[in-house]
Unconditional design. Structure first.
Lengths: 583, 314
């Protein structure tokens, strides 16, 4: 990031919005929902012309009549034509829902913009008002106010709009306060644009997508509540509504159960269509910009590297390999096109008591290689090749046996210390749990062992750390805790994924010393993933250089340091020399 | 922890006070000037109307009325109904247990089924996941009075497994009581489960993708322990917040559903009071609902504190 982003993303949202519309039209559920809503709206608009009967004209001969040629859906308890009433009622339902939506949107978006943009007391007031409104179930608040304003459907729907406005307020407030301190907003302010213009030009664009999504959901809620109120018999009895029709049909449910179905279907399908539309809009507008371009580039590069042979330095004969990886491939299937290979025919081996460094830039596949040994790759990964640990092929191993190996004979140290501890459990309980599972110790014995381990990894006050929660300890301590957890059952192989990257420089050196000591004590083999040749020089016996998913050069550390053959290896060296040797 | 509870309790009390004040003035100012005449009918003479106004305390300034109401309310006296002179507190209390048992029953079902289905959907994936997601969206979109109508049609009217309407008190016959609240509780629970299951699923999927889950697996813990002891516990926080909102929704849903099943709960009182414009009774209902919501949120906060060490210690 050399240049701060001073340019407003004004050009992006309109493109994203029209792109969102295209994506919406590709989503079958979204299209069905939109189509149904359009049909309902058209039917409501044309109700006066397409209704076969006068919706309010009772006919004594047709009371509770079943479906027939003259009454396609039958007649209600007063002998009125159900289809005609349904068509007319949809006008009230849709117009009422639109009024609710309008009131909720104006209030909620307006308040959200002001509170999010100006902050301060407007923020406090807005948030308080929202929680005040949400402190009552909507229907209770509505019934209470209905007691004094009377049965007018319009007043009711307007009040309901006020009650639903917090839904808009919350998403708008969150979106606006998120961009309030963005550089492009500051730049616009410095450039002397008025607040109104900044909000209009730059802030409204971030609000648009979430507001549209909420609008569909609020519409569904409005229809549900409006029909609920009229179903309770609290509507204006002189106007046909879906809820009122349901009320009438429910009263005659034993005589004409079918009549319940029509208004139910009208309410249910419209609510479902609006909800599906909201979900489809969320998919279309929020899940944008998959990094398709980057993956394509990675693959091109992998293809380019594919022809290169692995540069192998001669090495003195050593003992048998503890871990032997042959032709490992890790690939992720993509919806369009062939699977993407992130690890491509990687072979390497680790002997007992030896540290093997796996070095490369981020995205080179070294972490994926480490994960595939423990079978900890994310769901969807496809692997092939052989991974033999101590004479056992791991890739086909039953889950139960793999579980025994993990944390038992193979330990793992992750990269980022804080996110790798479960925030809800104490450090101690996270150490004790695997010890009990693997060694079968009782609670007290496992606790003693955990305290020993904490002391062994250099924690000053083991008892206090044991009782602490992860957020109460420092990053360096957390990494020591994770190393303690990895070596708790005296593993024969330790896989350490950038164990020092997230730490301060002084702590890095201490952690590397600790790893070396543990290697010497336990005689374990170590696969050390790193991007830092300083770490390799400090700790490793052998090293493999990875680039674009492939090993490009491998051999003893001394030999590679003396004579790096691959241009990429030399580039990594130069980076260390340029920044000064670390650790 | 005690400071945390005290702070939450304090803000709850402020919320109820603010809401009560606002509602009081809206209702009493909105009710208009000629309530006494409406109560007595058009033929009543002027003197009788004045006497009625004095009796109801409507001749005093609104601020005085509010002070009087408030001093009663803090001592548990919510006034008397304008229509039948019944004590508002007693009228609500006699119906409260019915509604609360509906809400508690459906909440319990919601918690159990949403957790089980949410975890299964999140861990199994595939078609199980898709069915749960689609059912969740549909179940939540359909208004719950429609769900109750469907249940009545199928299980009461066609299959005769339950009585379609009516309510038996637990004291009269526990068996009949259970049978009379089964369908309403189910109807509410369908709505609750379908909302909460989406949150549980989403939260569990999020947690299973986190670094600490991979590390726990690398330690050789069984998949069941990773999912149920660790991921679910961390997922419970966001799901619980949503459950709080959902239970407020269930309380509102109960108001409507009681009408479908002819259950004498708060919903019936609310509908009658609203139809008549019985302002003291409506006012009492608002206060009781607000207190219920505040208590519920406090319970949720306590659970959050118990689950999440950062909240507890913060």
């Amino acid at each position: 990031m050399s240049e701060p982003a001073l340019v407003a993303p004004a050009a992006v949202p309109p493109a994203a919005l029209s792109g969102g519309l295209r994506r919406l039209l590709r989503d079958p559920l979204g299209v069905v929902a939109l189509g149904w809503l359009a049909l309902v709206i058209v039917a409501a608009a044309l109700a006066r012309w397409i209704s076969p009967h006068d919706p309010d004209e009772p006919s004594a001969g047709d009371i509770l009549a079943g479906p027939s040629a003259s009454h396609l859906l039958g007649a209600d308890g007063s002998g009125r034509d159900i289809l005609s009433r349904l068509l007319h009622a949809s006008q009230i339902s849709l117009a009422g829902a639109a009024l609710t939506l309008l009131v909720a949107a104006v209030l909620g978006i307006g308040a959200g913009l002001v509170a999010g943009y100006y902050g301060g007391w407007t923020e406090t007031a807005g948030t308080w008002a929202a929680s005040l409104i949400m402190a009552l179930p909507g229907i209770v608040a509505l019934l209470a106010l209905r007691a004094v304003v009377g049965p007018s459907p319009w007043t009711t729907m307007a009040i309901f709009g006020v009650l639903l406005s917090p839904a808009f307020y919350r998403v708008v407030y969150a979106a606006v306060s998120g961009v309030r301190h963005e550089l492009y907003i500051d730049a616009a302010r410095v450039a002397g644009l008025s607040d109104a213009r900044i909000i209009g030009r730059h802030v409204l664009t971030v609000v648009r997508a979430p507001a549209i999504i909420v609008a569909a959901a609020v519409g569904s809620g409005a229809i549900a509540l409006q029909s609920g109120i009229t179903f309770l018999g609290l509507g204006d009895p002189s106007v046909a509504t879906w809820g009122g029709m349901l009320n009438d049909a429910f009263a005659n449910i034993y005589v004409a159960p079918l009549a319940v179905a029509w208004p139910s279907l009208a309410i249910g399908t419209t609510c479902v269509a609006l909800t599906l539309l909201s979900n489809a809009l969320r998919d279309a507008l929020e899940r944008t910009g998959r990094p398709r371009r980057r993956t394509a580039r990675a693959e091109d590069a992998a293809d380019a590297a594919a022809k290169e042979p692995v540069l192998t330095h001669d090495e003195p004969p050593g003992g048998a390999a503890l871990l032997d990886v042959r032709d490992l491939v890790v690939a992720y299937p993509r919806p369009d096109g062939p699977a993407r290979r992130v690890v491509d025919e990687v072979s390497l081996s680790v002997r007992a008591g030896e540290v093997h460094g796996l070095i490369g830039e981020s995205g080179s596949g070294k972490t994926q290689t480490a994960f595939s040994i423990l079978r900890l790759l994310p769901a969807g990964a496809r692997t092939s090749g052989a991974i033999v640990f101590d004479g056992t092929e791991l890739s086909g191993l039953p889950a139960a046996r793999l579980t025994r190996l993990r944390g038992g004979a193979i330990g793992y140290v992750p990269q980022e210390p804080m996110s790798n501890l479960d925030p809800s459990f104490t450090v101690g309980s996270q150490l004790v749990e695997p010890i009990r599972a693997h060694l079968g110790h009782g609670r007290a014995k496992a606790r003693t062992r955990a305290l020993e381990l904490l002391e062994r990894v250099g924690i000053a006050d083991p008892a206090r750390t044991f009782d602490a929660y992860p957020h109460e300890i420092s990053g360096g301590m957390a990494q020591r805790v994770l190393i303690a957890g990895a070596v708790a059952c005296e593993p024969r192989l330790l896989i350490a994924d950038e164990p020092t990257t997230a730490l301060d420089v002084t702590v890095q050196a201490e952690v590397l010393d600790l790893l070396r000591d543990l290697r010497d004590d336990l005689g374990m083999g170590v696969l050390l993933v790193t991007h830092d040749f300083g770490v390799v020089a400090d700790l490793c016996d052998r090293v493999s250089v990875m680039r674009h998913g492939r090993v490009v050069e491998t051999g003893p550390v001394d030999a590679i340091f003396a004579e790096p053959r691959h241009a990429y290896t030399r580039a990594l060296f130069d980076a260390v020399v340029a920044t000064g040797e670390r650790a | 922890m005690y400071r945390f509870i005290a702070r939450r309790l304090g803000s709850g009390v402020v919320l109820v006070a603010a809401l009560t004040t606002l509602t009081f003035f809206l209702l009493y100012l909105g009710a208009g000037d000629d309530i006494a005449r409406q109560l007595l009918g058009e033929e009543a003479d002027e003197a009788a109307v004045r006497a009625k106004e004095r009796e109801l305390g409507l001749d005093r300034p609104i601020v005085t009325q509010f002070a009087h109401w408030l001093s009663g309310a803090v001592h548990g006296d919510l006034g008397t109904s304008w229509f039948n002179g019944q004590d508002v507190g007693a009228a609500i209390l006699s119906r409260l247990s019915v509604t609360v048992s509906l809400v508690i029953g459906s909440t319990l079902l919601t918690v159990v089924f949403a957790t089980v289905l949410g975890v299964v959907a999140a861990t199994r994936g595939g078609w199980v996941d898709r069915v749960v997601q689609v059912a969740g969206v549909l179940g939540h979109a359909v208004p719950n009075f429609l769900i109750s109508l469907g249940l009545v049609l199928v299980f009461a009217i066609s299959l005769h497994w339950f009585r379609p309407t009516g309510y038996t008190r637990f004291a009269e016959s526990p068996g009949l009581w259970l049978s009379s609240i089964t369908l309403p509780v189910l109807a509410l629970a369908v709505h609750g489960v379908s909302g909460v299951v989406q949150q549980v699923r989403g939260a569990v999927v999020d947690e299973l993708g986190r670094d600490y889950v991979r590390t726990l697996r690398s330690r050789g813990l069984s998949e069941a322990r990773v999912v149920y002891r660790h991921a679910l516990r961390n997922a419970a926080g966001p799901a619980l917040s949503f459950l709080g909102v959902q239970v407020v929704g269930l309380l509102g849903g109960a108001v409507i559903i009681e009408q479908v099943f002819a259950i004498p709960g708060l919903g019936q009182v609310a509908v009658t009071a609203t139809g008549q414009g019985d302002v003291p009774l409506v006012m009492g209902l608002v206060v009781v609902s607000a207190v219920l919501v505040v208590v519920l949120n406090l319970l949720i906060d306590l659970l959050q504190g118990w689950l999440n060490p950062k909240v507890r210690l913060g």
